[in-house]
Design a binder for this molecule. Structure first.
Ligand SMILES: [Zn+2]
Length: 214
């Protein structure tokens, strides 16, 4: 296989050693773990938030391909990016302090249409390797509108009551890592974190593959 289709960097197409590898230059450009600023009222429910990359260039192509074109072959490249980002002391700390992870849920209608939850696909195996198992603690009970054209106030109204605790979940006293593919305004993460904190979670950390700003 490697002889007929030699593995190459997903962006500049330079040959690399193993399938899923990026070339050094593109990986260094994409891998930028950074702490996200948490402002009020998010501070009251999110203890620390990190992004591993920025939503542009290679990272954006990989996420879009996976999400909108069901391109599962992008997953090895995304995993390689996560493995590079885990070298960061801040990311290590985040993982070591979390006892389990929860993906921001999609409404069941959307999940059925897409066939998967992208945050689960992106983070599931990698978090498992770090002994942070994914758990289903949240469900999305209302289909929400796309958030980007809305004002802050409209976003909050739109998300109000959109999430509920999955019946039977044990949340009290746990340190939970909320994961999502992209962070834009943080309104969704905030709403999920609030529901989990109200159910007794000790700490809520947040981790996204890409933020839309650095
Ligand atoms: Zn490259």
């Amino acid at each position: 296989m490697n002889f007929i289709f030699p593995p190459h960097c997903p962006f500049c197409h330079k040959y690399v050693e193993n399938r899923g590898d990026w070339c050094k230059v593109c990986l260094e450009l994409a891998c930028q773990p950074h702490r996200l600023p948490i402002t009020a009222p998010m501070q009251s429910v999110i203890d620390s938030a990190w992004a591993l990359s920025v939503y542009r260039g290679g990272t954006r192509d990989l996420i879009r391909g996976l999400k909108y074109h069901n391109k599962r072959s992008n997953l090895p490249y995304i995993t390689r990016l996560l493995q590079a980002a885990e070298q960061s002391a801040g990311v290590k700390k985040l993982l070591s302090e979390s006892c389990c992870a929860v993906a921001v849920p999609l409404h069941e209608t959307r999940q059925r249409k897409r066939g998967f939850n992208q945050a689960e696909l992106i983070f599931g195996d990698w978090l498992c390797d770090h002994s942070v198992p994914m758990e289903k603690m949240l469900r999305r009970v209302r289909q929400t509108k796309p958030l980007y054209p809305l004002t802050a106030r409209e976003r909050a109204d739109n998300l109000k009551d959109a999430f509920q605790i999955e019946p039977g979940s044990v949340i009290r006293g746990k340190s939970i890592l909320l994961v999502d593919d992209i962070l834009t305004t943080g309104a969704t993460l905030y709403t999920c974190a609030k529901v989990l904190k109200q159910a007794g979670a000790e700490k809520i950390y947040a981790l996204v593959l890409a933020s839309d700003q650095l």
